[in-house]
Design a protein around this ligand. Structure first.
Ligand SMILES: Nc1ncnc2c1ncn2[C@@H]1O[C@H](COP(=O)(O)OP(=O)(O)OP(=O)(O)O)[C@@H](O)[C@H]1O
Length: 571
């Protein structure tokens, strides 16, 4: 005979005390909700024994007779169990105990730490302490809450943390120690911390470390640091599964280990676009809750060599030049991007080349449909289903041959060519470069800005900063939803290096001079690619989007209207 399991009640309800107020506290295991609400004494009726007793005790201590009920707001609090950070025995302060509970036997208290949503997607960890006089009841509550938390299998227990001590304002280590480590400790997460000693330390370390020990990798730094971890993890997974990532046509193995980003850089674009804010505490809480957001990754190749992976921007022309210019002025800190942006705008360069791409015909959305990617995005979920079907088909040898699908080619002179895998929203441009781009739909948005006047280009740029204007609504801007892309500059590197033509050599040298003296008005032949904040040496590239290749400890940007509705009221 099977042992009989003790029956845990689906709903646990008790009158406990919160900050000297009697509250009806309910734990609904079925719906995984914890709620508490003040017990209001009704006129002409007696209070519950425990409630009356507690209220009297506090009234006596504080001399609040007759005023207690007026001081309490009536609305309650509801916290999903999935948003509880931890539950633990509370310190029963001697002084507090002596003063307020002296008429009772020994009080017992437990504290629930939970996520509270603030404005603009910011999260904070709040605490509420529940008091009761009955030890058995107290144990029952602790047990019930901890049992429910134990069932949340998505929560990480052991993390590998890389800190870039030189990213952004060089506060990575401080941010981790002061804001993040205490929260991890509260949530009983153990972390192995590595403070990087050189660029690419994290990437190289990921190739060597035993990843089975960890439930996730966390990087403390900016987009550059995230990119390091991304390259390390994707590279490691391909190596372990014998996939040649230098072959641009080959499907890559997906990485199921999640990456968390604690923002501490000059640009925290990936964090901002996946969480909605670059705030270390908010990101730490998303990690603790075990959020999981799939993310598309594009692989950029030159012939048969992998150059880089990108999750945000692959930009040629304006954004390539801004990055190149900013690198000369690193000493300016984050202000280097403004300075370089201004200089690049004044130089007003355009570049010639041929763009070819395969449109994502199967995609559910389009770049101009105004459907933004939010937490639980319908479009990304559709892609997850399609991806599963595709994988199933591949298992049965029914491979889909995309080589045969049509390519579109555009030749011309471009101010900028941007391919964005996500919206690229950041504090400066809250909508991003392509507001309707999705995090995990297996596509990228290609934005072609053809040669135009300086004024028109300025108008296009300014629209990125306004929430109600369409930056694509110009005759010189085209936007496409794509899955693969190729670019051949008019003056390819090979032509330049192999050519012995005197005219070409002269042109090349002249272009070099003019790069350093942009005000002379002649055009530099080629720009550089800005690949998630790093320059690529090659200009002739091909790119392919890999649907949901990695996962982040994030959930996408929560709908702010929904967020306001869900914002619990205070007791
Ligand atoms: N210990 C280290 N010393 C020097 N460079 C490092 C170190 N650790 C990491 N890096 C490199 O520093 C670069 C910038 O890091 P990070 O992104 O954290 O800061 P940032 O100020 O935001 O820079 P970015 O301009 O890339 O946004 C990354 O490319 C990373 O590879």
């Amino acid at each position: 005979m099977e042992p009989v399991q003790p029956l845990t009640p689906r709903v646990l309800c008790s009158v406990l005390s919160v900050k000297s107020h009697s509250c009806e506290v309910t734990l609904d295991s079925g719906r995984a909700l914890l709620s508490w609400k003040e017990v209001r004494p009704r006129r002409g009726r007696e209070r519950s024994r425990a409630g009356a007793c507690l209220a009297q005790a506090f009234q006596r201590v504080r001399g609040l007779t007759g005023t207690l009920t007026h001081r309490l707001p009536s609305a309650g609090h509801i916290v999903p169990v999935s948003e509880i950070v931890s539950v633990g025995e509370a310190d029963v302060d001697e002084k507090y105990y002596g003063m307020q509970w002296k008429h009772m036997c020994k009080p017992h208290a437990f504290t629930v730490h939970y996520v509270q949503r603030m404005k603009k997607h910011r999260w904070r960890c709040k605490a509420v302490t529940f008091w009761c006089s009955d030890e058995q009841l107290y144990c029952h509550w602790l047990q019930a809450l901890n049992d429910l938390l134990e069932q949340l299998a998505c929560r990480p227990k052991r993390l590998l943390v890389y800190i870039n001590p030189y990213g952004g304002k060089k506060k990575g280590r401080q941010i981790y120690e002061k804001k993040v480590a205490p929260l991890f400790c509260l949530a009983s997460i153990t972390a192995d911390v590595i403070v990087t000693e050189y660029a690419n330390h994290a990437r190289d370390n990921i190739y060597e470390v035993n990843l089975d020990k960890y439930d996730g990798i966390v990087c403390v730094g900016g987009d550059g640091m995230f990119s390091e971890v991304l390259h390390g993890l994707i590279g490691r997974i391909q190596k372990d599964s014998d996939v040649d990532h230098n072959n641009p046509k080959i499907p890559l193995s997906r990485c199921y280990m999640r990456i968390g980003i604690i923002p501490a850089g000059s640009t925290d674009c990936v964090c901002f676009a996946t969480v909605g804010i670059n705030d270390p505490v908010t990101s730490a809480l998303h990690i603790i809750l075990g959020d999981s957001q799939p993310l598309d990754v594009s692989a950029v190749h030159n012939k048969k060599t992998l150059l880089k992976y990108t999750v945000s921007l692959l930009g040629y022309g304006f954004y390539g030049d801004v990055l190149k210019g900013s690198e000369k002025n690193r000493w300016l800190g984050p202000a280097r991007y403004d300075f370089s942006g201004f200089k690049t705008f004044l130089s007003h360069r355009y570049y010639e080349g041929t763009v070819s791409f395969q449109p994502a015909k199967w995609a559910v959305g389009s770049p101009r449909d105004n459907v933004c990617c939010t937490a639980g995005c319908y479009i990304c979920r559709q892609s997850s289903k399609q991806l599963e079907e595709q994988q199933r088909a591949e298992t049965y040898g029914l491979q889909h041959n995309e080589q045969e699908e049509n390519w579109t080619t555009v030749k011309g002179k471009f101010m900028s060519i941007n391919i964005v895998v996500m919206s690229c929203a950041c504090p400066r441009s809250p909508k991003g470069l392509s507001p309707a781009a999705h995090l995990a739909d297996g596509t990228a948005d290609l934005i072609l800005v053809r040669k135009c006047s300086r004024l028109n280009f300025l108008r296009h740029l300014i629209r990125h900063t306004k929430s109600n204007s369409d930056q694509f609504d110009f005759p010189f801007v085209d936007v496409y939803r794509i899955k693969t892309f190729q670019f051949t500059p008019k003056h390819s590197e090979e032509d330049d290096s192999e050519s012995t033509d005197l005219g070409n050599i002269g042109k090349k040298n002249f272009a070099q001079i003019c790069t350093d003296h942009p005000t002379c008005g002649c055009s530099q032949l080629n720009s550089v690619w800005n690949c998630d904040g790093e320059t690529l040496e090659q200009t002739a590239i091909e790119m392919r989007v890999h649907c949901q290749l990695i996962r982040l400890f994030a959930r996408g940007i929560e709908d702010s209207h929904k967020e306001d509705d869900e914002m619990p009221s205070r007791v």
